[in-house]
Design a protein around this ligand. Structure first.
Ligand SMILES: NC(=O)c1ccc[n+]([C@@H]2O[C@H](COP(=O)([O-])OP(=O)(O)OC[C@H]3O[C@@H](n4cnc5c(N)ncnc54)[C@H](O)[C@@H]3O)[C@@H](O)[C@H]2O)c1
Length: 259
């Protein structure tokens, strides 16, 4: 499905990362990949990359840093010769932006959360745009359904995800004429490092236990990785501005299921 496709995968931090599962799956499906790592995670990600294959390139990249994004473009070009797709798997919010009430958060932290979790999709879109071939490319981001609802926890990250979804639509508009597709996968709750920062995360996994029509395994990112690989592939060539739910069907239910 991804034979010969050149992909940039951001957001690998641990073996539980959705990006790690996507990297592994995309390699199985024939892709050539380069990983980027948040600079603080760089050494760990280099070590983790060895579990995916020999000689995988890992580049340090803080996606909130526009100059670093610009400097990364020729490095990716030198490694892969161009780019057919990119995965945005990046989010962060300080603790006070995730707990209590919205008004409890320090605005500086909210700005950092927004820049990291929403604006960086546009930064990655710029990088992809510079390296995409004439035939186009695919940008995929990771969403948690927050566009039209409030969760019992999640707070400013929910607001950032709504912004991510809106920016994906605008990016689909801006990049579409160049053949670049922009889509999101809205995943159910998964036990990752990012999730461990969300207070009372079990309120979310508990909701899935009662309401998802399909059994949802919070320890298995592979269904999300598979859907992401599909959107990165030529099979999804006419899909853009879409949000693909990979959440066991949770989003389509109105209330907990009986029995
Ligand atoms: N875990 C879930 O339940 C869940 C559900 C839906 C969507 N998501 C989304 O999936 C994506 C990946 O998260 P994950 O759950 O795999 O957790 P994760 O902690 O494994 O990944 C988050 C990544 O963001 C990176 N990051 C943070 N700030 C960065 C920056 N400035 N520049 C570059 N990288 C930066 C971290 O280094 C880490 O690799 C996030 O967008 C998250 O919101 C997660």
């Amino acid at each position: 499905m991804l034979a010969g496709r050149r992909l940039l995968i951001t957001g690998v931090a641990t073996p539980d990362s959705i990006a790690y599962a996507t990297a592994r799956r995309s390699l199985e499906l024939g892709a050539r990949i380069v990983l980027t790592a948040f600079p603080r995670d760089f050494d760990d990600v280099v070590e983790l990359a060895r579990t995916l294959g020999d000689d995988l390139t890992v580049l340090p990249l803080d996606l909130t840093d526009g100059e670093m994004v610009t400097a990364t473009i020729p490095k990716v070009g030198a490694e892969l010769g161009g780019l057919d797709g990119a995965l945005h798997a990046v989010a962060f919010a300080p603790g006070d932006a995730l707990r209590g009430t919205l008004a409890d958060a320090d605005p500086a932290g909210v700005e950092l959360a927004f820049r990291t979790s929403a604006w960086t999709l546009t930064a990655l879109g710029r990088l992809l745009g510079d390296l995409a071939p004439e035939g186009g490319a695919s940008l995929v981001g990771l969403d948690f359904d927050a566009d039209d609802r409030a969760w019992p926890t999640y707070n400013w990250m929910g607001v950032c995800k709504a912004a991510l979804r809106s920016s994906a639509r605008y990016l689909a508009r801006d990049l579409g004429p160049r053949g670049i597709r922009v889509n999101l996968v809205a995943a159910g709750p998964l036990r990752t490092r990012a999730a461990s920062g969300i207070p009372n995360f079990e309120l979310l996994t508990g909701a899935w236990a009662t309401t998802s029509p399909l059994r949802w395994d919070e320890h298995d990112p592979e269904p999300v990785a598979d859907a992401t690989c599909f959107l990165l592939s030529h099979l999804a060539r006419a899909i853009s501005g879409e949000v693909l739910h990979v959440d066991g069907g949770f989003h389509a239910m109105a209330a907990p299921l009986a029995g």
